[in-house]
Design a protein around this ligand. Structure first.
Ligand code: MG
Length: 254
C-alpha cells in the first residue's frame, strides 16, 4: 500500500494510491482507518511530505563503501545524529542552497517511518509491528560545514535539508532493495540495502534504547558511496525499489 499526504481544495489529508488516483483515508494512518471511495487524480493535488516527524534520527557511515570514500573507519555501533523536523520538505518542494555553505551534497537513503511509540525494545520485541513503512530520504549535507564543525548539527539541519517522499510504502521487506540517486538524470549512487552494516530491525531496537520513537518519526538508514555536490538549478532523484522516486530541485535565493 502506498500512503501519500497531499493538499487538495485547501484541505490536507492522507490518501492511498490506486493506479493514478488517491483515495482519502478517514481516521489515522497510525492507528487505523477506512478508505473513502471518491478518487482524486494524483496529478491534481499538491504532494506533501508523507508524514510530519517529531524528529529524524539519521545514521552515519552505514554502508562500507561510503565510509571508505569519506576516509572513515567503520563504526562498531551505529553513529547517530538528528535532523530537525523543520528541515523536512516534500516531493514537490525546493532544496534551498544556504548562504553559509559552498559545498552542499545529496545523500540518497532508505528511511523507516515509525507506526507506534517505541521505547527500550528488547531482542524479542516484534520490531515490524512498530514500523508503518518505508520512504526515500535525501539527507542533504553542507559538507564544508560538517568538516569545519567536526560534528553534524549545523551541516545537516538547514531548512529544506531533509527531502522525504513521495509516499510511505507498507508491507515492504527493507533488507534487499535497490537504491539509486541521479543528479540531473545521471546515475551517481547505486547500491542495495543488503549492504547496510546495521539492519533496519537492529537500528530500530538500538535507537529505541536511546530515545523514544513516536508515530511518524523517521529513521534514515545511511547513504551508499557516490555522494557529491549539487549546484543551484540541479535536480536530484532518489529512487528506491518498491517505493518510487523522490525528486527535488536546488534553488539559491540569497
Ligand atoms: Mg546520511
Amino acid at each position: 500500500m502506498k500512503i501519500y499526504r497531499f493538499k487538495h481544495d485547501g484541505i490536507i489529508r492522507h490518501g492511498i494510491l490506486k493506479e493514478e488516483n488517491l483515495f482519502s483515508v478517514r481516521g489515522s494512518i497510525f492507528e487505523g482507518f477506512t478508505v473513502e471511495d471518491t478518487p482524486v487524480p494524483i496529478g491534481e493535488v499538491m504532494l506533501l511530505p508523507p508524514v510530519e516527524p517529531s524528529k529524524i534520527v539519521a545514521v552515519g557511515r552505514n554502508y562500507k563503501d561510503h565510509a571508505a570514500e569519506m576516509g572513515n573507519i567503520l563504526p562498531a555501533e551505529p553513529l547517530l545524529f538528528l535532523k530537525p523536523s523543520t528541515a523536512v520538505i516534500g516531493p514537490q518542494d525546493m532544496i534551498i542552497y544556504p548562504k553559509m555553505s559552498s559545498r552542499v551534497d545529496y545523500e540518497g537513503e532508505l528511511a523507516v517511518v515509525m507506526k507506534k511509540k517505541a521505547y527500550m525494545l528488547d531482542n524479542e520485541a516484534p520490531v515490524e509491528d512498530y514500523i508503518l513503512g518505508y520512504t526515500c530520504l535525501n539527507d542533504i549535507t553542507a559538507r564544508d560545514l560538517q568538516d569545519k564543525d567536526k560534528q553534524f548539527t549545523r551541516a545537516k539541519s538547514f531548512d529544506t535539508f531533509a527531502a522525504v517522499g513521495p509516499c510511505v510504502v507498507t508491507g515492504l521487506d527493507p533488507s534487499r532493495l535497490e537504491i539509486k540517486t541521479f543528479l540531473n538524470g545521471k546515475l551517481r549512487q547505486s547500491s542495495n540495502t543488503r549492504h547496510l552494516i546495521f539492519s533496519v530491525p537492529f537500528l530500530v531496537r538500538f535507537i529505541s534504547n536511546v530515545m523514544t520513537l513516536l508515530p511518524g518519526d523517521i529513521i534514515s538508514t545511511g547513504t551508499p558511496a557516490g555522494v557529491g555536490p549539487m549546484q543551484p538549478g540541479d535536480r536530484v532523484d532518489v529512487q528506491i525499489e518498491g517505493i518510487g522516486t523522490l525528486s527535488n530541485q536546488v534553488l539559491k535565493i540569497y
